[in-house]
Design a protein around this ligand. Structure first.
Ligand SMILES: *Cc1c(COP(=O)(O)O)cnc(C)c1O
Length: 368
């Protein structure tokens, strides 16, 4: 038989698949238990908005029809809510789609894509899949070193990815720093500001910037957001990008037809309307972050201050075996050795009870 590895695009040959958080079902099957706790994928511990669930159920009747390929109603809602033109919006099957469309639109084999150490794992995957070259700058206090990033731009740089706040570190860039960076990047280089945790960031920091304010000013800026995190719709797969209309038009050319399904479209609309659910989510998260930080302090563990709905804690030793031991306690968290953080575990903020459970399990397995 022929070796298909040799037929694959050069970048794909060296690729490792994305490692998602372990599914609850899988752990329950393996341990023969029920009620495992998953705090591994930054999902909303309160679930989806009841209004989104209701809207999604209503859309079931219409699933024999193709969705509105243009997603007009959802785009209109996003446009009204955030004050951006409809022609600046690209809808995605999760915001992962927006990141992928950016690379497909602007990056050719041999080009460079720039991001930071400890950045989101999808950036190197997309880069290699395009047979492009990842350029990775050193982090500064776990966060993005924008000076280093600006210095790493070359003639071959096509795209820069910046997650604000960053996952898995939870670190963030303040308004003035990010603005100065955007002003310094040449216009031919696309900058993706990945705001998957935007609403959390806004609720937790006063100088956390809303990158949509710069859409009119920096034509090379693409802002990506998602319904997977604070809106609790991770399983439906829906997100969006906002950019200069010409960039949105180009991304729309590579977008697969009907990439966002009927149910996701209406559920996302309803989720945007349910401010009470969002506010409750942000409140539970702020309390939970404090609870986890206080718990880590009590256990003598250091952690990286976060404005997301997750926090990375230094377990003081190789984290892999600690992750495995937590699984045996029916608690799923996220090992981040693949992100260059072999002693950290990333823990999604849960409800008060869930946070208590993960702290107790950590105390037990670390024998503290
Ligand atoms: C979760 C996440 C995303 C996107 O997830 P989707 O479910 O595809 O919208 C994007 N960027 C970062 C940094 C994330 O953590």
């Amino acid at each position: 038989m022929i070796n298909f590895l040799e037929c694959a695009a050069p970048g794909v040959r060296g690729l490792q698949p994305y490692q998602p958080g372990k599914p609850i079902d899988e752990l329950e099957r393996e341990l023969g238990i029920r009620n495992a706790l998953k705090l591994a994928s930054n999902e909303n511990p309160l679930g989806a908005s009841p209004r989104a669930i209701e809207a999604g159920k209503g859309a079931m009747e219409g699933i024999w029809l193709y969705p509105d390929g243009n997603g007009y109603n959802l785009k209109k809602k996003i446009s009204d809510k955030f004050g951006v033109g409809i022609d600046t919006i690209t809808l995605g099957n999760g915001s992962s789609d927006i990141l992928a469309f950016t690379v497909q639109t602007f990056v050719m084999p041999g080009d460079e894509v720039l991001f930071s150490e400890h950045a989101f794992a999808v950036y190197p995957i997309l880069t290699l899949a395009a047979s492009a070259t990842p350029v990775v700058t050193k982090a500064k206090a776990w966060g993005h070193d924008l000076e280093a990033m600006a210095g790493a731009i070359t003639d071959k740089t096509r795209v820069i990815f910046i997650a604000n706040p960053n996952n898995p570190t939870g670190t963030w860039l303040p308004q003035s720093e990010l603005e100065a960076f955007l002003a310094a990047v040449p216009e031919r280089v696309m900058v993706v500001v990945d705001e998957a945790y935007f609403e959390y960031g806004q609720s937790l920091s006063n100088d956390y910037p809303d990158a949509l304010q710069w859409i009119g000013r920096f034509p090379n800026l693409i802002v990506s957001r998602t319904f997977s995190k604070c809106y609790g719709l991770a399983g439906l797969r829906v997100g969006y990008g906002v950019s200069h209309p010409q960039v949105a038009d180009l991304m729309n050319r590579v977008r697969p037809p009907f990439n966002v399904n009927n149910i996701a479209l209406v559920a996302a609309e309803a989720a945007l309307d349910d401010e009470a659910h969002l506010n409750k989510t942000l409140e539970v998260n702020a309390e939970g972050l404090k609870q986890l930080a206080t718990g880590f302090d009590t256990l003598g563990l250091s952690y990286i201050p976060s404005i997301g709905n997750f926090i990375s804690v230094d377990v003081g030793r190789e984290a892999g075996p600690v992750y495995e031991a937590l699984l045996r306690e029916a608690v799923i968290v996220r090992p981040v050795a693949g992100y260059g953080m072999p002693r950290h575990l990333r823990i999604t903020v849960g409800t008060t009870e869930q946070n208590e459970k993960v702290l107790a399990a950590l105390k037990k397995v670390l024998d503290l």
